[in-house]
Design a protein around this ligand. Structure first.
Ligand code: MLT
Length: 268
C-alpha cells in the first residue's frame, strides 16, 4: 500500500485488524520485507501489524535531498499512524537503525507508545571514526554509483559466523541491500551519522521495554544491548541463540517467541 506522509509516498503493509498495533521498523539499508518472519506470527496472535518502508528505502520515496534523519523517520511514522487512523498507543519494534528511530519516536511522540522492543541496536552515538567512515561510504557510493562500498563495509558484520555462507537468509539480506538506491544509502549514512546519543533518553523510558540481541551480533554487539537494558527501568534483556545482527531473520523462532511472550505480558 502507498500513502502520502509528510510530502512523500510511503509504502507500507497493514493487516488493518487486531490490537494493539505493532509498528515494525526496519534496519539500514533494508526494507520492510526483513520482517516477513514476524508478520504472520504477530497477526495470528491477534495484533495489528504495520510495517513501513522508511522514506528513501524499499518502495518509499526519498523526498528532498539531504540526510535522512532519525527525527524525520520518527515524524513520518507518527504521520503514517494518523493515515492508518491508529490513535491508541502502539508497540514500536525496531532493529538496528529501526531502534535508533524508535528512540527518536519516543522522544518526539511518547504518548503514542505503549511498549518498545529494541533489537540489535545501540543507544550511543557514532564515534568520530564511525562518522568519518559513514561519510567516506556515502561519497564512494555516490562517486561509483554502486552499492559495493556499503556491501563491503556491512557484510562481514551482519551475520553469525555460524550462518552457512550462501544461506537463504544471507541471500535475502544481501538482496535487500543490493536493491537499495544510491540516494538512500548515501543520505541514509549521513542521517545515521547525525543521530544524537540516546543514552540520556534511557531513564525517561516509562513503557514496558524488551531489549533483544543476537548472541553473535558483531555490528551492535550484546554489550550495547546490556547498556540499553540497564538504563531503562524494568527493561527485559533477551539473548538470541546462534544469531548475529539480523537476529529476527537468523533465528526467527526465538525472536517470535520472545516477542510474543513479552507482548502477552505487556497486554495484561
Ligand atoms: C543497521 O543495521 O540498521 C545499521 O547497520 C546500523 C548502523 O549502521 O549503525
Amino acid at each position: 500500500m502507498l500513502v502520502e506522509v509528510n510530502g512523500v509516498q510511503m509504502a507500507y503493509s497493514d493487516t488493518a485488524t487486531g490490537s494493539p498495533a505493532v509498528l515494525l521498523v526496519h534496519g539500514f539499508p533494508l526494507n520492510r520485507s526483513m520482517w516477513d518472519p514476524q508478520m504472520g506470527r504477530l497477526r495470528a496472535a491477534g495484533l495489528r501489524v504495520i510495517a513501513p518502508d522508511l522514506r528513501g528505502f524499499g518502495a518509499s520515496e526519498a523526498g528532498p535531498p539531504g540526510p535522512l534523519t532519525m527525527d524525520q523517520h520518527a515524524d513520518d511514522l507518527a504521520a503514517l499512524l494518523d493515515a492508518c487512523r491508529v490513535t491508541d498507543p502502539v508497540i514500536v519494534v525496531g532493529l538496528s537503525m529501526g531502534g535508533y528511530v524508535a528512540f527518536a519516536f519516543w522522544r518526539r511522540h511518547a504518548s503514542r507508545v505503549r511498549g518498545l522492543a529494541l533489537l540489535d541496536t545501540r543507544a550511543s552515538p557514532d564515534t568520530p571514526l564511525a562518522v568519518a567512515d559513514r561519510h567516506r561510504i556515502a561519497a564512494e557510493v555516490e562517486a561509483s554509483s554502486s552499492l559495493q562500498p556499503v556491501i563491503d563495509a556491512m557484510r562481514p558484520r551482519l551475520f553469525s559466523p555460524h550462518l552457512p555462507r550462501g544461506s537463504r537468509v544471507e541471500q535475502q539480506v544481501l538482496g535487500m541491500l543490493a536493491s537499495s538506491s544510491v540516494r538512500a544509502v548515501a543520505d541514509g549514512e549521513r542521517g545515521l551519522a547525525l543521530r544524537p546519543s540516546s543514552l540520556p533518553t534511557l531513564p525517561s523510558i516509562s513503557v514496558p521495554t524488551l531489549v533483544l540481541c543476537g548472541e553473535f551480533d558483531a555490528l551492535t554487539p550484546p554489550a550495547d544491548s546490556e547498556v540499553i537494558a540497564s538504563g531503562i527501568p524494568g527493561a527485559e534483556l533477551v539473548s538470541v541463540d546462534g544469531a548475529g545482527h539480523m537476529s529476527n531473520m537468523e533465528n526467527p523462532e526465538a525472536v517470535n517467541e520472545a516477542l510474543l511472550n513479552w507482548l502477552e505480558a505487556v497486554q495484561k
